[in-house]
Design a protein around this ligand. Structure first.
Ligand SMILES: CC(C)(COP(=O)(O)OP(=O)(O)OC[C@H]1O[C@@H](n2cnc3c(N)ncnc32)[C@H](O)[C@@H]1OP(=O)(O)O)[C@@H](O)C(=O)NCCC(=O)NCCS
Length: 123
């Protein structure tokens, strides 16, 4: 645990991120962690963007951010369903907080190949 950091709430901007709320952990003038949530249709709340600076990990910052956000949704979003796509590092806390596991999702990728169009350049 470290105590010398503050948590700041970032309200929705009213523009492109009009449904996104954020919480930022700061020490001095540096952001060392953040977490967000997005209000969606059908009374759903998506938890996303959990990140803590590598130098500050395993000190309880994610837990503190998570609990601050949870307090906010409990006060303002009763009757909604909260969900998240969790990576292995964030899953244990979600399970500890009573979230049920759905199907496992696997990341896949492929390079798109094909001929690059020939362009004649004369100069
Ligand atoms: C995931 C992440 C936000 C955790 O931040 P953190 O401040 O180090 O986490 P905390 O110290 O508050 O730990 C809270 C709980 O999260 C879980 N946790 C954190 N790091 C973990 C790890 N490396 N492996 C497994 N569980 C982990 C544990 O349950 C932990 O509780 P405990 O300390 O009582 O065991 C941070 O490692 C990170 O930014 N990772 C890269 C981005 C990422 O994967 N984000 C998740 C997107 S879904």
């Amino acid at each position: 645990m470290i105590d010398n950091y503050k948590i700041v709430y970032v309200p929705p901007s009213g523009t492109t991120q009009h449904t996104q709320h954020g919480w930022i952990a700061t020490t001095g003038n540096k952001c060392v962690g953040h977490i967000r949530m997005q209000q969606e249709a059908g009374k759903r709340i998506k938890f996303l963007d959990a990140w803590v600076d590598e130098d500050y990990r395993r000190k309880g910052i994610y837990r503190k951010l998570w609990e601050t956000r949870w307090e906010y949704v409990q006060q303002n979003y009763k009757g909604y369903k909260a969900y998240a796509w969790a990576k292995p590092m964030s899953l244990p806390l979600l399970e500890e907080k009573g979230f049920d596991k759905g199907d496992i999702c696997v990341y896949v990728e492929k390079d798109i190949e094909g001929e690059i169009p020939f362009t004649f350049v004369s100069c």
